[in-house]
Design a protein around this ligand. Sequence first.
Ligand SMILES: Cc1cc2nc3c(=O)[nH]c(=O)nc-3n(C[C@H](O)[C@H](O)[C@H](O)COP(=O)(O)O)c2cc1C
Length: 482
Amino acid sequence: MWHPPQRIAFKAAPGRIPTREEAAASRLFSPLHHGPLELSSRTWVPAMVPWRADEEGHVTDAVVDWYASLASGQPGGIVIEATGIRDVPSGPLLRIGHDRYIEGLRRVTEAIRRHSEGRTRAYVQLIDFLAVKRRPERAKFLERFLRITDHHRDALGMSGASDQAVRERLQALDDDALQGVLDAREWEALHKGARERVTDTALAHIRDLPQVLPGLFAAAARRAREAGFDGVELHYAHAYTMASFLSATNTRDDGYGSALDARLRLPLEVYAAVRAEVGAGWTVGCRLLAEECIAGGSTLDDAIHFSLGLARAGMDFLSFSRGGKFDDAKPPKVGEAVYPYTGVSGYECMPGYLSDAQGPFGRNLAATGAIRRALREAGLATPVVAAGGIHNFEQAEAVLAEGIADIVGSARQSIADPRWWKKLREGRGGSVHQCEYKNYCEGLDQKHKEVSCQLWDRVALDEPGLGRSRDGKRRLVAPKDW
Ligand SMILES: Cc1cc2nc3c(=O)[nH]c(=O)nc-3n(C[C@H](O)[C@H](O)[C@H](O)COP(=O)(O)O)c2cc1C
C-alpha cells in the first residue's frame, strides 16, 4: 500500500459520545424519505467485498452471516458488495448475472431484515468490469503472450526475421533496452498484467459495451428486486467499466467518450434501462467518484457536471467515493493481478492511519460538500452519501449539520464493530471498538482472502459453531459480545 511520505500517524478517537436522548434527537439517527428511498436513520454501510461467495459467485452461509452481522448494527442502509452483472467466471465474487442467483441473494435480504429488526434497507451494488490478467513471468510473456510485430523488428533492426528470432533477441535484452522496444501497452502487460480499457474499441466486445451494458444492468436490477432488495447502487466508481466511461481518460470517439456529456452518456443510458425495468417506486442510485485523483483524471468540476446530470435523470441517491484507479497502481508480484488501491488514488479511496497533515479522516468531505451544494443550487434534492474515514458520532453529525451530505457511510469502522451504530443510538458509544485504519481488511481484499478485522479475528476462536477462514486461522464475523 502507498502512504503519504510524511507518515504522520493518526489515531481514530471516539469523540464526544452521545447519550441515548442526544442520539434520539440527532440528525444522524433521524429518518430520511426521498421518493422510494426510505431510511430509518442516515447511517449507511457502503459496499465492501468480503470474498465469501463460492467459486461460481453464489451466496454461501458465510455471506449470509457477514451481512447478518452488519445488519445487527441496524444502519439505515447496507449496500451489498460489488456484485457481477454478467454470468461469467469471476472467482469468488458475488454474481447476479442469471436467475439462478436470486434464491441465494434472497437469503441475504431476509437476513438483513431479520437481524436489523426491519430497520435496515438492503441495496446491492451492481458492477461490470473488464479483463485484467495476472502479471506474467518475463520469459513466458516474451515466449508466448507477446504478439511479435514489425514494430519490434524495426526497433531491433531485424527486418524480415522470424518471430522466434525476434523473441530470442527480446529475451536477451535487459529491462531498459526491452522498454525501448515494447510499446507502452506491451510494457504494461509485462509489468502489471494486460488490462483491457474502454478505449480498446478495436475489440468488438469493448466497442459494443454501450449496446450491451444497459440490458445487463437492467436484468441484474430485476433480479435484485426479485431477491427482495430495496434498491440497487450502480457502480460508477473506482477502476471499473462505468467509471472508466466517466473518466477524463476516456477518449472514445463514438459519442461515448472525450467530451463531458459523451462520457456521461452510457451511465445515463444504463440508468434509463434500469429505471425502465424496475419502475419509479424502487430505489436506483449510484456510486461515483468526487475526484479520480490521478494525473489527467476527472476533476471535481467533472463530478459536479455528472452529478447534476444523474440527479436530473432521476437517481434516488448519489454516493461519493474517490480515487481507487488502476492507472497509478503499483506493479503486482508475478502471478498476481494489479490492485487499484496501491497508488496515490488508492490511498485517497481507503486512507490508512499513516498520512499527511490532512490526515485520513474525511478526505472526501470537501469535494462531496461542493457537489451537494451544486445540486441544491440547481434545485435538486437528491440525497448524497459521504464516506471515507468517518468513525465517530461527532464527526458524522457534523457532516450532516454542515450540509456536506444527507447520509453518512462508514465502511471499515463498520467492519471493526458491526454493531457500532446501534451502540451509539442506544447511548452505549463508550463500548464501540474503534477502527485503527491499519488496512488489514484491505490487505485481505487484495489477496481475495476472506476479509476480517485485526481487532477481532483471533478473539474467542473456541466459540461453538464458529465460521472460520479457509485456512482455519481467523474468525469470519465479530464475536457475539463484541
Ligand atoms: C475490504 C473492502 C472492500 C471494499 N469493496 C468495495 C466495493 O465492493 N465497492 C465499493 O464501492 N467500495 C468498496 N470499498 C470501499 C469502501 O466502500 C469505502 O469507500 C472505503 O473503505 C472508504 O470508507 P471508510 O473509510 O469508511 O472505510 C471496499 C473497502 C474495503 C475496506
